[in-house]
Design a protein around this ligand. Structure first.
Ligand code: ADP
Length: 163
């Protein structure tokens, strides 16, 4: 039995919705690797190093959780980590189509790896990194959506968001 799971994403930046999924993965698997996508084409607000650092701080209390970044195919990264499970969070029906396509593609590429979905907690069902960035852009509070460290990091980038 293999007990390693991968939680992939952009995490630009990590929200309490992401953390809920990571916590639940950590309670289910002996090792959970949070895999931060290193893709400059997506033009993230936070650099890969910044996104990893914020995630490390936010998951420091969770046993068996590691934060790493990857480039290229997720299934190649999962194989290199010895993981047999990819965890994705589902918020709404609107997430489903893209997730379904990605899960089927990954199954085709790596039949031994399973994609498993965790349904969001209702209070986070509307929460996304983009929504949080929009709030900061227009001067709204993000307390209750992200950790205090992430809030501080967002405030430091506020000017960039307003350009
Ligand atoms: P990506 O760009 O790969 O979708 P994200 O960083 O936006 O990366 O999301 C990473 C994972 O976390 C995805 O599986 C996404 O569905 C999930 N997720 C994001 N926000 C929430 C939330 N509020 N509740 C549950 N899952 C979420």
């Amino acid at each position: 039995m293999n007990h390693v799971a991968i939680c992939p994403g952009s995490f630009d930046p990590v929200t309490l919705g992401h953390l809920d999924i990571i916590e639940r993965a950590a309670a289910t698997f002996s090792r959970t690797v949070v895999a931060v996508l290193d893709n400059p084409v997506k033009k993230p607000l936070f650099s890969t190093a910044e996104r990893c650092e914020l995630l490390r701080k936010a998951t420091a209390h969770l046993p068996g959780v590691e934060v790493k970044h990857f480039q290229g195919l997720l299934v190649d990264f999962a194989r290199a980590e010895g993981a047999r499970v990819i965890i994705r969070g589902l918020r709404a029906l609107s997430d489903f189509e893209a997730e379904f396509q990605m899960a089927l593609t990954n199954k085709h590429l790596a039949p031994e790896i399973e994609t498993m979905f965790m349904v969001t907690r209702p209070e986070f069902s509307f929460l996304s990194s983009s929504m949080v960035k929009e709030l900061v852009r227009f001067g709204g509070s993000v307390a209750g959506f992200v950790t205090p460290e992430v809030e501080e990091a967002l405030m430091a980038k506020r000017e960039l968001l307003q350009r």
